[in-house]
Design a protein around this ligand. Structure first.
Ligand code: AHR
Length: 329
């Protein structure tokens, strides 16, 4: 410190030049993102939890994008509890953040807290999952997958694998969550056209691997267990848990019981490569860049679309080996 002070007093011209260079660099590209008052952008984000590989990738995408943009991200993990999310949103309002973003655990129950945010003049952006509200202006934008379409895609794959005949065991996501409701809806919509393809068992595995295994074990012990020819899991983590349960019961997953799941995480591709999972329907968690593009616009008071749908594909076993090295999550 002492030597720095003596350098500055001896060579003021160099010090001045260095300060100017840093100023130009900051202006040219390393500047932090700002709100409409020119201050660092402050965003409160309430995440569902850490229930799946998908969620971990989603959190990482959000945190790294905020850091890249120099955004002050106030991140809160709700541990899959709606009351924790409501508390977090109230705390973001009290902190006076510029924008609130969140991925709602379930669809209902958020209207009052969203009204509080609106009253405080803080815009809200929904990420990944939607809410059911009577007033759509309570949030500016919802970015995420079309879960109904994912359910339809999964059903079409089940039809292809079974020839339209068989008994389906369904591992449902978190009860009351948008992906669980919509995926079940889209799946049944397609199934209506195939009277010989029936859901013989259906239960929630809460989107976790441990619960997926537990519920599959119960399915396999049920009196009608022999009717199961195919498993539809609302996410890959539950399918991976179910694979373990099948193997422990001496059943060959992917052969004795065909398996279709949703997400497209690396673990699913590994299971497909090993012949244990048949199809994964993609649900893209890497929402960070698109989400913050929208948040920045919202913070500046610019118009944004009320709904942004992410683009996704479907992957079968035959593609697993070539796709696996390319997977980012
Ligand atoms: O909302 C997206 C879903 O939530 C993913 O499919 C699931 O893995 C996650 O927990």
């Amino acid at each position: 410190m002492k030597s720095l002070r003596s350098f500055v007093s001896r060579y003021p011209i160099y010090t001045l030049a260095t300060t100017a260079i840093f100023g130009v660099v900051a202006t040219l590209g390393f500047a932090e993102d700002t709100n409409k008052n020119g201050k660092k952008l402050v965003v409160g984000f309430s995440q569902v939890g850490a229930e799946s590989g998908w969620r971990t990738a989603n959190t990482e995408s959000i945190k790294s994008e905020a850091a890249k943009r120099g955004i002050d991200l106030r991140f809160s993990d709700a541990q899959q509890k709606e009351e924790n999310q409501i508390k977090a949103i109230r705390s973001f309002i009290a902190q006076g953040v510029d924008v609130i973003a969140f991925s709602p655990v379930v669809e209902t129950g958020f209207e009052p807290v969203l009204q509080e945010a609106k009253k405080a003049g803080i815009p809200v952006v929904l990420s990944d999952r939607a809410v059911k509200v009577s007033d759509p202006s309570l949030y500016k934008c919802f970015i995420g997958s079309d879960f109904i379409e994912e359910g339809r895609r999964a059903a079409n794959e089940v039809v292809k694998l079974t020839g339209g005949k068989g008994g389906i065991a369904e591992l449902v996501g978190t009860v009351g969550s948008a992906p669980a409701i919509d995926r079940a809806k889209g799946f049944r919509e397609v199934l209506e056209k195939y009277p010989d393809l029936k859901i013989v068992m259906s239960q929630s595995g809460d989107f976790t691997r441990a619960k997926g295994k537990e519920v599959m074990e119960a399915f396999l012990k049920a009196p009608n267990a022999k009717d199961i020819t195919v498993l539809f899991a609302h996410n890959d983590d539950m399918a991976l848990g179910a694979i373990q349960a099948m193997e422990e019961a001496g059943i060959k997953p992917g052969q004795d019981i065909k398996i279709v799941s949703i997400d497209g995480v690396r673990g699913a591709f590994e299971a497909m490569k090993d012949g244990k999972l048949n199809v994964t329907v993609e649900c893209n968690p890497l929402l960070g860049p698109q989400l913050f593009d929208l948040i920045e616009k919202v913070a500046k008071g610019e118009e944004v679309p009320h709904r942004v749908v992410t683009q996704e594909g479907v992957y079968e076993q035959s593609q697993a080996a070539t796709e696996l090295p390319k997977r980012q999550y």
